[in-house]
Design a protein around this ligand. Sequence first.
Ligand SMILES: Cc1cc2nc3c(=O)[nH]c(=O)nc-3n(C[C@H](O)[C@H](O)[C@H](O)COP(=O)(O)O)c2cc1C
Length: 153
Amino acid sequence: MKTAICYYSRHHGNTRKVLDAMAQRNDIDLIDVTSRVAVHLEDYDCIGFASGIYYSKFQETVLDFVRQYLPQGKDMFFVYTCGSMRKGYTKAISEIVADKDANILGEYGCRGFDTFGPFKLIGGIAKGHPSAEELQRAREFYQSICRENEGTT
Ligand SMILES: Cc1cc2nc3c(=O)[nH]c(=O)nc-3n(C[C@H](O)[C@H](O)[C@H](O)COP(=O)(O)O)c2cc1C
């Protein structure tokens, strides 16, 4: 399976850590959505979108990237890290991919070190995250995505 994961990871590189763990033993192209390289997502069997959570959703650059570059009818998945786990962080991006007839295979989210705003005053929250266990679960999640994709092709 040829996979690309298009990501934004700025606050502490937490999301990138999760993606590096997934890509360790798998053939995954990691594409930073802020690097202005030309992308051809039609060449991939499966596409992931990944981001830290900013104001309860994926960072805007990722959302714009999806609107601009996601081809119709692709198998895809979401990955995110956040200061505190809550429901609904993938709502906005799910609405955008729905317009592209995408087949959502799953999502993986975990906590990531967060020093945004007042949290900085207390030394941040979610220290030590993503943890080794969360990185392992991310690898397992990607394996499950590969199995799902095999089932749909
Ligand atoms: C401007 C800003 C807004 C954030 N908003 C949220 C939020 O709404 N909910 C949350 O749980 N975490 C929030 N966070 C924390 C980040 O989602 C968390 O630290 C994440 O792991 C950052 O990922 P990154 O290091 O890959 O960029 C915010 C952080 C920043 C800097």
